[in-house]
Design a protein. Structure first.
Length: 256
């Protein structure tokens, strides 16, 4: 893609910003809400880092103009990883959107009289986390002081669609997860379950990789003993009944 191909999208974003400023003035909340959609459309383009006009003399290396008309400028520039930029005053209205990655952005208010050259007494007025969420109902912006990622799993036998419905229905279960023996075997002989779907029988540690330190050796010992027992039965002319024609089935489930 070229800068010429991107020009209509850049111009549309700039015109939307100009219109928003004219309509909302210094109403920060209304102004922010008005420019979110235009910038989201612009930032969806994959070519922005490859276009623009260099902006020399700026404190940020590789800064480029996407748009400039004397009053409004749309800029794009990379920030060095883990390198803080000292507090500074642009002396004008500014809004920041993140194109790739993440940025910790803090806004200060100067509380001294500016009489001492090279010194400023600052008070933090905004260092909150801003989350952009999207789901089937649309996009939502949430501001918060802290973010706690409460992620996890919701295991379910119904999600194991590679098992025949009749087989799933024959498995004894609770809360749609299999009831397991001390060796992770379900009520269907020879069918085992490990991982998050075993948590109701063995506890929450099964939801994490570290749970494998308990699961793996315990199940391995049992399977080895089972295999040796089957060999002994076959040698004696008997028959060992297991699921799916004598094959041992060990299932791990990680559906959200």
């Amino acid at each position: 893609m070229t800068g010429q191909e991107a020009a209509p999208a850049i111009r549309a974003c700039a015109e939307a910003v100009i219109d928003a400023v004219a309509r909302h003035g210094n109403d920060t909340s209304a102004l922010t809400a008005a420019i979110e959609a235009p910038f989201a459309a612009l930032l969806a383009r994959p070519d922005l880092l490859a276009i623009g006009v260099p902006r020399p003399g700026n404190h940020v290396a590789m800064s480029h103009y996407l748009y400039y008309d004397g009053d409004l400028s749309l800029l794009i520039y990379p920030l060095a990883k883990d390198k803080p930029i000292p507090a500074h005053d642009h002396g004008n209205w500014e809004s920041m959107f993140i194109y790739r990655g993440q940025v910790k952005h803090t806004v200060y208010e100067r509380i001294d009289d500016g009489s001492v050259v090279g010194f400023a007494d600052l008070k933090v007025v905004d260092d909150r986390v801003r989350l952009e969420l999207a789901n089937a109902r649309g996009r939502q912006t949430i501001e918060a002081d802290h973010v706690i990622a409460a992620t996890g799993y919701r295991p379910s036998l119904e999600k194991l669609t590679f098992l025949r419905p009749s087989l799933r229905a024959s498995i004894s279960s609770t809360a749609n997860t299999p009831v397991l023996s001390s060796t992770f075997e379900s009520s269907v002989k020879g069918l085992y379950f490990v991982g998050p779907i075993a948590a109701n029988s063995f506890g929450p540690l099964m939801r994490f990789a570290c749970g494998a330190k308990y699961t793996a050796p315990r199940l391995a010992r049992h399977l080895i003993a089972t295999a040796e027992s089957q060999r002994s039965v076959r040698a004696g002319g008997g028959r060992a009944d297991t699921v799916e024609k004598g094959r041992l089935g060990v299932l791990g489930e990680d559906s959200h």
